[in-house]
Write a protein that binds this ligand. Sequence first.
Ligand code: ATP
Ligand code: MG
Ligand code: MG
Length: 377
Amino acid sequence: MRVLVYGSGQLAQMMYLAGCPLGIDVQAVDVNSDTIVHPVNKTLLESNLELAIESADALTVEFEHVPERLLEQAAKTSKLMPSIEAILVGADRVREKRLLDRLSVPNCLYQIVSDIEQLDECVAKLGDKLIIKASRDGYDGYGQWRMTDIAQLDELKKALSALDLNAVPLVVEKMLQFDRELSLIGVRGKKGEIKIYPLTENLHHQGQLHVSVAPALDISPALQSEAENIFTTLAEGMEYIGVLAVEMFQCGNTLLVNELAPRVHNSGHWTLSGSDTSQFENHLRAVAGLPLGDTVAKQPSAMVNIIGCCSFSRDLLSIPGCHLHWYGKSVRDKRKMGHINVTADSYISLGEKLEQLAQYLPLEYFPKLLKEAARLK
Ligand code: ATP
Ligand code: MG
Ligand code: MG
């Protein structure tokens, strides 16, 4: 059994590692050179993409911004899971908003802007605190602009007028005052069966995920089931196959969907330690047509992203329940280098372990860590 993953970053690497015990050979498509590479050491495995597609049993993606010509080629084979339509929903915020509205899934108030002068209308309809998002190619907060005061409007118009908004419109959202950010990771198999992980709480810093805690604290059964209903509506609405991540904002007792990721997701990395079956294994099981694994959380878990640095002591592994996942990339500012998973018997103990962890890490890179540790305790 062979699965080709479009994209050759850490998500493909972690799918590869999950595939080994299952006897599933995961190979990565380098979308810049149209060649097949090993997902861990990136050595060339095959230079003929067409041949590789032919001999693969399933095709999938590790990121949504795969060039469309490659997605179209993959979609012709009927081996691509999730479907090209689902991947494009994740890649294009206009399609995403259309899907959410069509399926009546609550999301942030928004306007689509294809002419910069429409920004005045946005202010009239959404208020003067706005998040402006390029509809394509954004991630980790890139391709976003914030307006927190009407005095910034003219300057923003000037900056945005350089963009071709006819080709790539903007999605302008009302800036929400949410209580916290949650995500729901779930998986749908080929026969339509669905398994869902517990809600995860996510702490961001400068638009980037820093820390996740799962199961999120203080989730009522009603809120978990509302999130699961949203997941099921979306997964069934798209006839989705594989792991799907749904990012949400919690406002009191309601959930608003922020965005979808048609793939395994950073906020699901805790499942490697904290759940019976990891998101990577479940994604492979789904696209391979195998029974899905249990998504129960065995213990309270946290995931800490290592961003933009590599100089810390590996002695952090002396903390019980602490595991390092290193991606083997060269260091760059704001680049996700690896992550640390921590599990514990209780949230209090999890908080204590995060505090210990902080002693091993250069704290300028981990501003959210101690705050989260204190909250859990
Ligand atoms: P990702 O790396 O998750 O794909 P992204 O660049 O696609 O990120 P979003 O997830 O849409 O962007 O936004 C990044 C962050 O900005 C969110 O996690 C949230 O903290 C904040 N944000 C986004 N939209 C809103 C909104 N309407 N109101 C308030 N905050 C928002
Ligand atoms: Mg995104
Ligand atoms: Mg996001």
